[in-house]
Design a binder for this molecule. Structure first.
Ligand code: ATP
Length: 454
């Protein structure tokens, strides 16, 4: 099996986006109305992938003795966003093209997307800014709404732009209810909303997305040790889920936020270049300190062994579930030359997901629709369906059915053929190697449990 010649970034993205729609991973939001910019829907395959990703994160982060889970509400008291600095500082500088009226982030002007044709293809952003664009204005990225029936300033609420604040304000609730002692962490998965000026690159930058965040509270002084620990834990998580080691790296922030003492991004090499998929930050005592100041409530931790009080420092691991999904989609996509069985060679598209992420774990395929094969197939399907996401398919040639399962990344295809009728064995085909082996029909369930590491 040979790798096909590599695609350019644009070709790759076109193929991936088209596969995602055709096979039910990702649809445009409100597509029949022309779509809604920056919003995407996860189809039957996409939601399985997303859920598998989130559940893998949840298990790896909270199935340990020093991290607790939380699910805080999206709407929070507006003072939260004053304390966090989002009301004042969560802004991007934006400029408008005076001719086409399109709006851009000043630091991300992309000539090719500007309707001002005279400037298309020109690289000199500076020359566009002179004369053709308005001067920059600050634009707050938080979505605003009103709580209750009156649309007045005292009723303003925001759709949270990050999940972290729900964790900070619950620090004492979680600590007291679980009797955790510092160091410990709180983890949460949830939707976040940002009114991004330019949404682009598919799931990479959207207006509604999901985050998987963990804030780890530590004693000041021990923070850099914990920072290194979590940095390595998080890198390992991506590798354990099949991310190619040469496609991720750490990027160290040179310019730190005023409250941060260390910050690294985990970046993935997308078809359009390296992009952040997760941030790991040492946020010092800033967050709890600010909430203590704005709420007037004491958020110190009392260490009863050392008999001292302090504001814990926070090590944050902040990953995008949607952006991570896109990284795993890109990582899995492959086109290969594969033999058809009758001496010819064809190109197969295969999503090489780690079995833990694969939306469908196994397909049950009777070779023909007669001789009792469909009956054996449906019986096997019924036996497996409560334990695994499995798929039964009896239409088309078996080669075509294999290709369909390759396209959604199904690790195993189980075929019932004439030998099954004689000796109660089936063929198991592994997706990546395409190798086949025969196993006993009644061993399929145990085989899948073992191979899928479930
Ligand atoms: P960027 O610089 O790309 O805007 P950020 O540094 O603002 O990202 P954080 O605030 O650190 O991002 O958010 C943590 C994670 O949330 C990011 O690593 C990313 O995976 C995800 N994320 C942030 N903004 C978006 C978005 N608009 N769409 C999808 N995922 C996002």
């Amino acid at each position: 099996m040979a790798e096909k010649k590599s695609n350019t970034g644009v070709e790759f993205m076109d193929k991936l986006v088209s596969l995602c729609k055709r096979r039910g991973f990702i649809f445009q939001s409100s597509e029949i109305y022309g779509g809604l910019n920056g919003c995407w829907d996860y189809g039957p395959m996409g939601v399985e992938l997303l859920n598998n990703l989130k559940s893998s994160w949840w298990k790896s982060m909270t199935y340990r003795d020093n991290v607790e889970g939380l699910d805080a509400s999206i709407l929070m008291h507006p003072r939260v966003w004053e304390a966090s600095g989002h009301v004042e500082n969560f802004t991007d500088p934006m400029v408008d093209c005076k001719e086409c009226k399109a709006r851009f982030r000043e630091d991300q002007i992309d000539e090719s997307s500007c309707g001002n044709r005279a400037y298309q293809g020109r690289k000199a952003v500076k020359c566009q800014l002179e004369g053709k664009f308005t001067s920059a204005r600050q634009f707050n990225l938080m979505f605003k709404s009103y709580i209750g029936p009156l649309e007045e300033s005292s009723a303003i609420v925001y759709l949270r732009p990050e999940t972290a604040q729900g964790i900070y304000v619950n620090f004492h609730n979680v600590k007291d209810s679980t009797r955790q002692k510092v160091p410990f962490g709180i983890a949460q998965i949830g939707k976040a909303f940002r009114n991004e000026i330019n949404t682009k690159n598919f799931l990479f930058r959207t207006r509604e997305f999901e985050q998987m965040e963990m804030q780890f509270f530590v004693k000041p002084g021990s923070d850099m040790e914990w920072f290194s620990y979590w940095k390595e834990e998080r890198r390992k998580w991506y590798l354990d889920l099949g991310m190619s080691a040469d496609k991720i790296h750490f990027h160290e922030h040179e310019k730190l936020a005023h409250y941060a003492s260390a910050a690294f991004d985990i970046e993935f090499e997308f078809p359009f270049g390296w992009g952040e998929i997760e941030g790991i930050h040492n946020r010092t005592g800033y967050d709890l300190g600010r909430h203590q100041e704005f709420s007037g409530k004491n958020l110190e931790y009392y260490d009863d062994e050392a008999k001292e009080k302090y504001i814990p420092f926070v090590i944050e691991t902040s990953a995008g579930a949607s952006r991570g999904c896109m990284a795993f989609l890109c990582n899995a996509f492959a086109e290969e030359e594969a033999p058809t069985g009758d001496g010819k060679v064809e190109t197969r598209t295969v999503m090489k997901f780690h079995p833990k992420l694969a939306p469908v774990k196994a397909a049950i395929l009777p070779l023909v629709r007669k001789d009792g094969m469909p009956e054996i197939g449906t019986k096997l399907y019924d036996e497996l369906k409560n334990s695994f996401k499995v798929f039964y398919d009896e239409s088309g040639t078996v080669g075509k059915r294999y290709r369909r399962m390759d396209e959604v990344g199904t690790p195993y295809c189980i075929t019932i053929d004439s030998e099954t009728l004689q000796n109660q064995t089936v063929t198991v085909r592994e997706r990546d190697s395409m190798k086949q082996e025969r196993i006993a029909l009644d061993a399929v369930r145990a085989f899948l449990f073992e191979k899928l590491e479930m």
